[in-house]
Write a protein that binds this ligand. Structure first.
Ligand code: ATP
Length: 335
């Protein structure tokens, strides 16, 4: 029905067929604009773990009211271990509806294809209420599965050595916001965050998990599924295999040594996860996905300082991340 969009200049300049072709080219452009217009608009917030994506999603949802948030973190989709998996606490959600967050049973395994369908249904439901869908989470394989126009579950676009080509076309009209943080600063922050998580009850949460019938049933399987993959679970397994889940490591040097080794491994694996996530984001950007980068390095630095000397990171968060994001989303919604 439509002429190819390449070599259009040559085709327009061909004298006898010029009027007909130019008419067809105009029609093609109209068709493309129509297609773009017809696509559902979604905002996608990407970034490594610890960069502030969840906070940004709620800040944007309260400014672009009414919005609803759809989680794209492949571990946070499961029910349970809320501290260990860093799910945004209820009071920080400020009444904004969240979807696919803790909705799936712990033992299931949500594949990227299954996420593609589940998130597409959530987007349809959100837009049928005339609300703006905000997709938020660090799992780029999920974001890719959802947003790529043609998704092949068998291909691995993030493979370390021989990645398959990234699909350049998108099935939604996407506004991608990428919250970036300089790696050395993020690493320091992530390490401190693990200590904060332990202070907030991560170990006690894991004690309960390792002491549950659910875990005992799942641990018989050699294949890790669902929550058993969450950073914190494999790392603490040696501790809970050696000592009864209800034992306290404090005050016992043997238990404390195994506990500290688990904490060290959690810190290391969290930093490695962040590095891999940034690598995957770069892969999408280098393949032509239009990602708008927001630098949150100063905010994270200020947040760490706040811990030690009480300085304020809220003002730099607004100035460096929220305000530029609001401008980008506003422009996108007006297009
Ligand atoms: P993807 O590769 O699909 O984009 P990802 O970047 O979220 O996903 P992986 O690199 O596959 O994560 O994960 C590395 C390890 O970190 C895995 O064991 C994974 O289960 C774990 N992990 C990922 N996200 C979380 C989280 N929110 N909480 C705890 N562990 C996590």
């Amino acid at each position: 029905l439509f002429p190819p969009t390449t070599n259009t200049t040559n085709l327009v300049s061909t004298s006898s067929s010029a009027p007909r072709w130019s008419q067809m080219i105009t029609t093609t452009r109209r068709h493309q604009q129509h297609q773009k217009k017809k696509k559902q608009k979604i905002v996608v917030i990407m970034g490594p773990t610890g960069s502030g994506k969840s906070k940004l999603s709620v800040d944007l949802a309260t400014r672009f009211f009414p919005s609803e948030i759809i989680n794209s973190d492949k571990i946070q989709v499961y029910r349970g271990l809320d501290i260990t998996t860093n799910k945004i606490p209820m009071h920080d959600r400020r009444g904004v509806p969240h979807h696919l967050l803790g909705d799936f049973p712990t033992h299931s395994d949500l594949t990227p294809s299954a996420f593609r369908s589940a998130a597409a249904s959530a987007i349809s439901a959100v837009s049928s209420r005339r609300n703006l869908p905000l997709i938020v989470g660090g799992s780029n394989s999920f974001i890719y599965a959802l947003a790529a126009d043609r998704f092949n579950p068998a291909s691995d676009v993030f493979h370390d050595t021989h990645p398959d080509p990234v699909c350049p076309d998108l099935r939604y009209d996407c506004c991608f916001l990428w919250v970036d943080v300089s790696m050395p600063v993020l690493n320091q922050y992530l390490s401190e965050r693990v200590d904060d998580m332990l202070d907030s009850g991560m170990f006690e949460e894991l004690q309960e998990y390792f002491d549950s019938d659910q875990y005992r049933r799942e641990s018989n399987s050699a294949i890790r599924t669902g929550l058993r993959k969450a950073i914190g679970v494999p790392e603490f397994e040696p501790y809970f295999k050696k000592f009864h889940p209800r034992t306290n490591p404090k005050g016992n040097p043997v238990r404390m040594a195994v506990y500290e080794e688990a904490v060290r491994a959690i810190k290391e694996n969290t930093c490695q996860l962040a590095e891999r996530q940034v690598g995957k984001i770069m892969r999408l950007r280098n393949a032509g996905w239009d990602l708008q980068r927001l630098d949150a390095t100063e905010v994270i630095r200020a947040a760490m300082k706040k811990e030690s000397c009480g300085s304020d990171s809220g003002e730099s968060w607004e100035r460096q991340v929220v305000e530029p994001s609001v401008k980008i989303v506003k422009r996108f919604l007006e297009e």
